[in-house]
Design a protein around this ligand. Structure first.
Ligand SMILES: [Zn+2]
Length: 669
């Protein structure tokens, strides 16, 4: 059978004209380069994924039939054939056929060969082959974990982690108070490349951890395809979907970003466009029967309000609607969706039994026995520094007075650790356990902005959520916790400490330029000493404008002006629906506009544009609880998925790990 197929390929290949397979999914090196390795696509036994091929017929021909084979045996499922009339991406011939088989799975372990065979109307045939691997579960040496908590510090590389620890204090070279994540039992270095770049964005950065597969940048839970439709790509089943389908584990998603953002969506939503907000939030709700979604918290109210309501961003142009007989509906069981910009999605959540919390006060009051939707901002939530200043009543000194959270009209937003605690309180009632993803989103967003103090405090906020998860895991003994990042952001480097007081720093800024603000301020090596931030009772520095502060440089920066002092406001966030109105329209548009008024010390960037960028540098991952010791060495981001699934499905492979019962180090305060 295989032999015959191969000969057919050769025959077709030698003809003057023949159809051509231009893409074969899942992606493989066997198809792309003819090399059998490395194997790109890997799945769990029984994990569902789609097969797809793009096949270009000869001029005047059409593709008439397509068959798939795994290890030479025909795949017994419907092949849906469509052409590019509905729209393919630029450069793809309009006669190209897209042949898709939805929701297949393979139980047998090992590397499998996938082949596709296509026939065009004149009878000419083509065949192509690729491969994928099914990774078996190992024999367990310990118990299965009931719950998985993934803490994702977006953009949090080793520098961001270290900076947060330094803010907590060093004495004669030793950390006074370790971060919660520093007390975890095992640590690995993670390689973060995506399917199409050494530098990932947050979509494939997240989905690698929870699908076991590489996705393209800007794409989540799907393999790339040739159509323009952002919701029809070949899918791969998420950890949440796999564990809900096979075990009944429920899903929680908590973020400080807009909930449509790449990291939260990359746990439950399948789309090749991370920006397709309306469709993304609809899919969270409409496909909760596939994911077990029980808790969803963050910002992003603008996608939930009916079009026409002030603040709404719902539009049909980034929504989706499948035909009722589409194989996504028939074989995956996905909801067909609807172009419904007028939908009141908050009402739909409530009608389905969810509590809805728009503020921290409402979050505190929410009934923990019910599923929970929390939307605390119209888009991204305010960052820790601004939320804390709001709680302390600290004015932002300038612009229109008041605090940043008042400017946003959102004075009562919860901190990430408070959201995490509530999420766990709801999910711990899940009889079969849960998967919970908690994201510190603005470590990344503020590193992009090169706003040092804002990402440092967001890393502290994130670590407080880590502690909440660790405390729960220590108490339960059946919960595996990992804390990591999807990628590093900004090439942040802890270059040293200021050699002057804050008062002198402010004066130097008025004298301006390199001589004063660089040569007169930056202390390297022993001149950096140990910056001493005073931590207040709320867990955050009394002020970040201390004398002899920590100084951070950026290796992946855009041009910026630097005066080393805490920025009074964040930069304008164009995702906020009210960013064009006063007072938010007065916020600086970028890092140049932000600081040039004072210091006139230009730091030339190596990257174009206005923002620092993600880097390809490995990120640390720390693990706690049963199964933690599986996370060591230098691992691929996709490896994390298989380790998590092993612990939940079959049982842990590192029984010597006693950390599940070890109490975490309590913070001194
Ligand atoms: Zn980013």
């Amino acid at each position: 059978m295989k032999q015959a197929l191969f000969l057919a390929t050769l025959a077709a290949g030698t003809a003057a004209a023949a159809p051509t397979v231009t893409r074969l999914t899942p992606p493989s090196e066997l198809f792309a380069s003819g090399q059998a390795g490395p194997v790109i696509a890997r799945f769990l036994p029984g994990q569902r994924f789609d097969l797809q091929a793009s096949i270009r017929p000869d001029a005047g021909q059409k593709i008439a039939a397509v068959r798939y084979f795994v290890d030479g045996r025909p795949v017994a499922a419907n092949v849906s054939l469509r052409d590019c009339e509905k729209g393919c991406v630029k450069g793809v011939d309009a006669a190209t056929a897209i042949a898709t088989v939805r929701a297949v799975s393979v139980e047998a372990a090992g590397v499998h060969q996938l082949s596709v065979e296509a026939t065009q109307t004149d009878g000419q045939r083509v065949a192509a082959r690729g491969n994928f691997e099914v990774v078996p579960f190992a024999a367990a040496l310990g118990p299965r974990v009931k719950n998985i908590i993934i803490l994702l510090g977006d953009g949090m590389g080793a520098s961001q982690r270290t900076a947060a620890r330094i803010v907590r204090g060093y004495a004669q070279g030793k950390a006074v108070q370790p971060l919660a994540m520093d007390t975890f039992s095992a640590t690995a270095l993670v390689k973060t490349a995506s399917l199409n770049s050494i530098v990932t964005d947050s979509s494939p950065g997240m989905t690698a951890y929870v699908s076991g597969n590489k996705n393209n940048n800007n794409e989540e839970g799907v393999f790339p395809d040739d159509t323009v439709d952002a919701f029809d790509n070949p899918r791969v089943e998420y950890l949440s979907e796999y564990l809900y389908r096979t075990q009944g584990k429920q899903l929680g998603i908590v973020t400080t970003a807009d909930v449509f953002d790449a990291t939260p969506a990359g746990n439950a939503v399948h789309s090749s466009n991370r920006g397709a907000g309306t469709g993304i939030v609809d899919q969270f709700f409409d496909d909760r029967g596939l994911t077990g979604l029980t808790v969803l918290m963050g910002g992003g109210r603008k996608w939930f309000l009916p079009a026409g309501t002030p603040g709404s961003a719902r539009t049909d142009t980034n929504d989706y609607a499948f035909a009722p007989d589409d194989d996504l509906v028939k074989r995956w069981g996905a909801s067909p969706g609807r172009l419904d910009k007028g939908r009141d999605l908050i009402k739909d959540f409530q009608a389905a039994g969810f509590s809805y919390a728009p503020t921290k006060a409402e979050l505190d009051r929410a009934d923990a026995t019910k599923p929970l939707l929390g939307l605390f901002a119209f888009s991204n939530m305010n960052v820790a520094l601004d939320k804390i200043n709001g709680r302390r009543g600290t004015e932002k000194n300038g612009l229109q007075g008041g605090s940043v959270v008042d400017d946003f009209g959102l004075p009562d937003q919860p901190m990430l650790d408070e959201m995490a605690a509530k999420a766990i309180n709801v999910l711990k009632r899940a009889p079969k356990g849960f998967v919970l993803m908690i994201e510190g989103a603005s470590i990344d967003k503020q590193a992009h902005a090169m706003d040092t103090e804002r990402w440092m405090l967001d890393t502290l906020e994130f670590d407080r959520a880590v502690r909440v998860a660790q405390d729960f895991a220590a108490e339960q003994g059946d919960t595996l916790v990992i804390v990591t990042a999807d990628h590093e952001c900004s090439g942040a480097a802890l270059i040293g400490g200021s050699v002057v007081t804050d008062k002198v720093l402010a004066e130097l800024a008025t004298k301006k330029g390199v001589a004063n603000l660089r040569n007169g301020v930056v202390g390297t090596y022993e001149k950096a000493g140990f910056p001493r931030y005073r931590i207040a009772a709320d867990g955050y520095p009394e002020t970040t404008d201390i004398d002899y502060r920590l100084l951070v440089g950026y290796g992946a920066n855009a041009d910026r002006y630097e005066d080393w002092r805490t920025k009074k406001t964040p930069q304008r966030d164009v995702q906020q629906p009210f960013a064009v109105d006063a007072p938010l329209k007065w916020y600086p548009a970028n890092a140049q506009e932000r600081d040039d008024a004072l210091g006139d010390y230009l730091v030339t960037g190596q990257v174009p544009g206005e923002q620092a960028v993600h880097t390809a540098t490995d990120v640390p991952l720390s693990a706690y609880g049963p199964g933690a010791l599986a996370f060591t060495g230098v691992i691929d981001n996709t490896d994390v998925f298989f380790k998590l699934a092993q612990a939940a499905v079959k049982g842990v492979v590192a029984p010597a790990d006693a950390s599940g019962s070890r109490k975490p180090v309590k913070p001194r305060r």
